[in-house]
Design a protein around this ligand. Structure first.
Ligand code: XMP
Length: 321
């Protein structure tokens, strides 16, 4: 199926919202639909559209795969509660760590995450609730990157030959598939989401697993989660498109209290971009970099080296995995 992009310039937010609400409502009929809310702008918009279209025939879940940022499940549940939308937390820690065990290849890790989401978690939720439809926030850039063979985005199925109904037993609706991030932010604003959501930096579906080079274990996720909190605290007021901390697989020789300390390396990336298709590194002030190095090496156990990535996308991508 050919998907046509709706550009920011041609977007009529009210019209799009009305059309998508109508589409969801008529497709799902008197049945039930579910979605997974990650707290990113895309899934947040889908949650609002599903809620508007279906009311209590729509159930939203926060999949707690243990790869999310610190305090995220509680924060998102409470924010949506204030908007009148109930979000249930689905515990999925064991499923994801088991699927990721022993994997180091980036595409194999992505495949394991996709399969855990669709085959294990969503299939079970669909079975438990009786839902026939899964609503998800796939966007135009996700499709483009997967089709171009750059990265397999966690939410792409049809474009790589997977029929979700045949494979997993439910249908998927993707109301944002024609939009890029900048257009989705406009829809987010129009659908009543607060600024902390519509202006939130993107966060990938496979979550912190995209920022762990090598095997994704609970211990290594804990390290990158700690580093992410510090990077978020230091860079949230910079106005960048996205910023992240990456845990490297290889160690380097450091020195602590006069002794050799063979320790961990954290790489920081901070991006200027509008739609994640291309990007360039933010020219961060040196005192900000200095503070990041100081905090990461003192507050995250085992870190002896901090680097700042100065590469553009392309040839880099935004996430490490
Ligand atoms: P890359 O790393 O491909 O990232 O340059 C482009 C944008 O997409 C986000 N990203 C993802 N989002 N599922 C998502 O929902 C994914 O599998 C995924 N991989 C990357 C990334 O954070 C950036 O904003």
């Amino acid at each position: 199926m050919e998907i046509r992009e709706i550009t920011l310039e041609e977007l009529d937010t009210e019209k799009l919202i009305a059309e998508k609400v109508e589409e969801i409502s008529s497709t799902v009929g008197d049945g039930l639909a579910i979605n997974a809310l990650s707290g990113g702008v895309d899934s947040s918009v889908v949650t609002m559209l599903g809620h508007k279209a279906l009311g209590n025939r729509f159930k939203s879940y926060f999949i707690d795969n243990a790869l999310m940022r610190e305090g995220e499940p509680e924060y998102i549940v409470s924010l949506f509660k204030d908007l009148g939308v109930t979000v249930e937390i689905a515990d999925a820690e064991k499923t994801f760590f088991e699927a990721l065990k022993g994997l180091t290849d980036p595409e194999e890790k992505r495949e394991a995450i996709t399969s855990s989401f669709y085959k294990d978690i969503f299939a079970q939720l669909v079975k438990d609730t009786g839902a026939k439809y899964l609503l998800q926030g796939t966007n135009y850039t996700d499709i483009e990157e997967t089709v171009a063979g750059i990265k397999r985005q966690h939410n792409i199925l049809e474009q790589i030959g997977i029929d979700p109904e045949e494979m997993y037993g439910y249908k998927i609706l993707e109301p944002l598939i024609q939009l890029r991030k900048s257009a989705i932010r406009e829809v987010a604003k129009a659908v009543g989401l607060p600024e902390e959501i519509f202006n939130r930096p993107p966060f990938p579906g496979p979550a912190l697993a995209t920022r762990v080079i090598g095997e994704v274990t609970p211990e290594r996720v804990k390290i990158v989660r700690g580093a992410t909190r510090i990077v978020d605290e230091e860079l949230s007021n910079i106005g960048a498109f996205q910023y992240l901390a990456i845990l490297h697989d290889d160690k380097v020789t450091g020195i602590r209290e006069g002794k050799r300390d063979y320790g961990l390396q954290i790489e920081i990336r901070c991006w200027e971009s509008t739609d994640a298709k291309i990007g360039s590194p933010t020219r961060l002030p040196y005192d900000v970099l200095d503070r990041l190095a100081e905090r990461l090496t003192t507050e995250v156990p085992g870190v002896v080296s901090v680097t700042y990535n100065i590469t553009k996308k392309p040839p880099s991508t935004i996430e490490a995995i």
